[in-house]
Design a protein around this ligand. Structure first.
Ligand SMILES: [Fe+2]
Length: 210
């Protein structure tokens, strides 16, 4: 599997393309702000877009979805149901994702980890040796929990889960804060929140995120 990161928009959001090198079947994660740049790359590489994957429903991660669903009415858009209430304008084909599920998008296989906290329906997508963490985990940081539907307690539980991922797993965050990419090995050492969760220090975690 191949992947490409795109830094787009005024908030340094990341959109991602994943694709199978042989079949060229592709998925886009969190298309936003300048979807035409993603489209340009898709065209240039001859990729066949199979689906849209959303890590959560905040507008800065989803405002480019309509660009793709307008061009292809049958394009499935995946999102955890707990975030449906935040979506402005439902895509024609909206499909729920569930924790532990393996999505099939052409030749791609994409795992789903439900990681609530930043929003109730936040998920991380696991594919090709990397995890696409949305606004749950950033390089050296964690997502905000002061927004409607956020929960510091849920984020703690999500971080405990993430801290169990192998060190070599790549981290692909939803914004360029402190850095664009890392590994769980490095984050276990330098990300305060992941360190606290890994050590079971819940009270300190909850104090630190507030
Ligand atoms: Fe967000």
């Amino acid at each position: 599997m191949k992947t490409r990161q795109f830094k787009l928009g005024p908030m340094d959001n990341f959109s991602y393309l994943l694709w199978d090198a042989d079949s060229k079947e592709a998925a886009v994660i969190d298309p936003a702000w300048q979807p035409e740049k993603l489209q340009e790359f898709i065209k240039q590489e001859g990729l066949k877009l199979q689906c849209v994957l959303l890590t959560h429903a905040h507008p800065d991660h989803v405002n480019g979805v309509v660009f793709f669903t307008r061009a292809d009415n049958d394009l499935p858009v995946y999102l955890h149901e707990a975030d449906y209430f935040m979506l402005e304008g439902k895509p024609p084909v909206l499909r729920p994702v569930h924790d532990g599920e393996k999505l099939e998008a052409g030749a791609l296989r994409i795992g789903v980890l439900h990681t609530p906290g930043h929003t109730p329906g936040s998920v991380c997508y696991q594919a090709g040796g990397g995890v696409y963490t949305g606004d749950t985990l950033f390089v050296g940081e964690c997502g905000r929990v002061d927004l409607p539907g956020s929960s510091a307690e849920a984020l703690y539980d999500s971080f405990v889960r993430l801290s169990g991922l192998p060190d070599g797993t790549a981290v692909y965050p939803g914004h360029s804060y402190n850095g664009d990419k890392s590994t769980f090995g490095v984050q276990k050492e330098y990300n305060l929140y992941l360190k606290l969760a890994r050590a079971g220090r819940r009270d300190e975690f909850l104090k630190a995120v507030r």
